[in-house]
Each structure stands twice: as C-alpha cells, then as structure tokens.
Design a protein around this ligand. Structure first.
Ligand code: ATP
Length: 306
C-alpha cells in the first residue's frame, strides 16, 4: 500500500444534489431481499458539499441543521466511499472529509448516497487517481442502489435494484417544494411495510410512458398527472400525519403531491417558480411540516467546485 500521489490541491470540494423519485414502481421481494424497481430519478437543486482535505488518516466531520443526525463513524456512506476508492487503488484512505449538509437526513432524498458520490469524486480528485467514470459508477453501485444517480444527475431511469441507470432527456425546468418532517423514516422499514401491504405479490415494475414523455416535453401539468410512488401507502401507513402535509400542499395550489422515495419528506410539483414560493409559504404556515424548501430540477450531478 502506498501514499497517494501528490497533486497541487490540498483540498477539493464537490457539490452533489438530492433527488426526488418522480416514479417509483416496486416489484415483489427477490430471493436476495431486494426489490426490482422502475425508479425514475430527478436531481433537484438542494445540495450537500463534501470537502476532502489531506490528512494522516480518515477523519469525518459534518455541519448543518441536521448534522447531529449524521453518523460520524465508519458507517457513514461518505467514509465508506473513501475507504472503497482507496482500496481500489491500493492506497491508504488518508483524508479528512467534511460534509456541509443541506439535504434532509433520512428524508427519502438520498442524502447519504449523495455524500458517498461526492466523497468518491472529491477523493479521486484529491488523490489524483483519475478513476475512469465507469469504475466510479461501479463503486457507487457497490456502496448502495441510490449512489450512482447523484454522480450522474439530471434525470435517469434506474432498473434492477435501481442502480442500473439510463439517462433520460428533460425538456425544461420543473419547480418543486419539499416539506421536511420531524424524524426520519427507515428505508428498510418502509419496504417491509410495502411487502406487508402487498402480501409480497406486487406486479413487476415498469416505467410509465406518460411520465417519460412529460419529462421529455418539460410539461409540468403532464408530469403532475403521471407522478407515482408505490412506497407512498407504506410511508403513510407508518406515518399517517403525512396525509395532512400532502393535503396542505395541494390545498395551496400544488399541481401534485407525493411522498419522496421512502419519505417522510413530501414533494410538491408547482406550475412555476412563483407558485413554488407561495406553496412553500403556505406549507411553512400550515404547521404540518418542519421546513418547506423550494428547489428546481433538473440539477447537475456531482461536480468539483472551482
Ligand atoms: P434514501 O432516499 O436513499 O432511502 P434517505 O434520504 O431516506 O435515503 P439518508 O439521509 O441517506 O436517508 O440517511 C439514511 C440513514 O443513513 C441515516 O439515518 C444515517 O444513519 C445513515 N447515514 C450514513 N451516512 C450518512 C450521510 N453521509 N448522511 C446522512 N445519513 C447517513
């Protein structure tokens, strides 16, 4: 094992986006316990920043309103990404990682996965390892089903466990409001509830032609009509109060409302940026959520900041 080759920078910062699932079709449980998915990811303009700095060993810090909820040990997905990339190049994972966290934690917006993708890119630049894109994506897929997408950004169809990505065209900007909740929902618990509610007999998942056409056209009204999340009944079963949040957003003029991924964050599609601001204000005043944030999509994938 060797030290990383010297590069001019002593630190690298990567900005990496959150996602919303505009379609999440979930199949029955597979023998390995995972579920086949037709998962249409859309990157949204809420970002974490991961800074990698030269250090004598692996260190991890986190800042931001939800920082106390982020584990700072070896279970952190960003730390696991650094260890995995170092092993790939037969290097020691000597790096200090700092996560500046703006993506809600355990909110169904893949914040931990975003941090893993960000850490991979930041360490690769810091260590000068120039890992080919395909190898980075393969490492992402090993780290978790949701990790490849934040590296790529934009919109993509995820198949298999969600990790086999096909980029999708997006014909215009979409404007969202995200209402965060107090406390997270455990993704495995939501899948267990999904299996209980469907009796393990969900149909095979398939992407919606209407949804892909709406994305391609940049048509918010058509996208609103096609949004779907098979995990929503399970998330609502575990957290019935989310129904009030969804109703508050549609009552304030959202074109559509849905639980984001495994929840508990709720996503609201707005007609335009002004409508999104109004819906966010109404949600914040409704007392049915912790915060309401606006964000536009599609957002770019992980990128090194100058
Ligand atoms: P997904 O949408 O992919 O299901 P999520 O958005 O619901 O994920 P995360 O924010 O990724 O949830 O966090 C899920 C759990 O992962 C957290 O409760 C935390 O214990 C753990 N975790 C590990 N690494 C991180 C990280 N870098 N940031 C946030 N949580 C992390």
């Amino acid at each position: 094992m060797t030290s990383a080759p010297a590069t001019p920078a002593d630190h690298v910062t990567v900005r990496v986006p959150a996602k919303v699932n505009v379609q999440l079709a979930v199949g029955p449980p597979r023998p390995d316990g995972f579920h086949d998915l037709a998962n249409v990811f859309l990157a949204v303009g809420l970002y974490d920043e991961v800074t990698a700095t030269r250090a004598g060993g692996l260190e991890l810090t986190c800042s931001g309103p939800d920082a106390s909820l982020v584990p700072l040990d070896g279970s952190n997905l960003a730390a696991r990404a650094a260890v995995r990339l170092a092993a790939h190049h037969n290097l020691r994972p000597d790096v200090r990682l700092h996560i500046s966290k703006d993506i809600p934690v355990a909110g169904g917006m893949a914040g931990g996965s975003a941090d893993a993708a960000g850490a991979l890119l930041a360490c690769d630049a810091l260590w000068g390892t120039a890992t080919p894109r395909e190898e980075l994506l393969a490492i992402c897929a090993e780290l978790g089903s949701d990790v490849p997408f934040p590296l790529v950004g934009g919109a993509a169809l995820g198949e298999g466990r969600g990790e086999r990505l096909t980029p999708l065209p997006v014909g215009g900007a979409f404007h969202w409001v995200f209402a965060t909740a107090d406390g997270g929902l455990s993704t495995p618990a939501v899948y267990r509830e999904f299996d209980r509610l469907t009796g393990g007999r969900a149909p095979e998942p398939a992407p919606s032609a209407e949804l892909l056409a709406a994305l391609d056209a940049g048509d918010a009204t058509a996208l609103a009509a096609a949004l779907s999340n098979d995990l929503q009944p399970a998330a609502l079963s575990l957290r019935p109060s989310l129904r009030e949040t969804l109703d508050a957003g549609t009552g304030a003029g959202a074109l559509a409302a849905l639980v984001s991924g495994s929840g508990p964050t709720c996503a609201f599609l707005a007609a335009d940026a002004d409508a999104a601001e109004l819906i966010a204000k109404a949600l914040a005043a409704s007392g049915t959520c912790r915060t309401a944030r606006v964000a536009a999509s599609p957002a770019r994938g992980a990128e090194v900041l100058p």
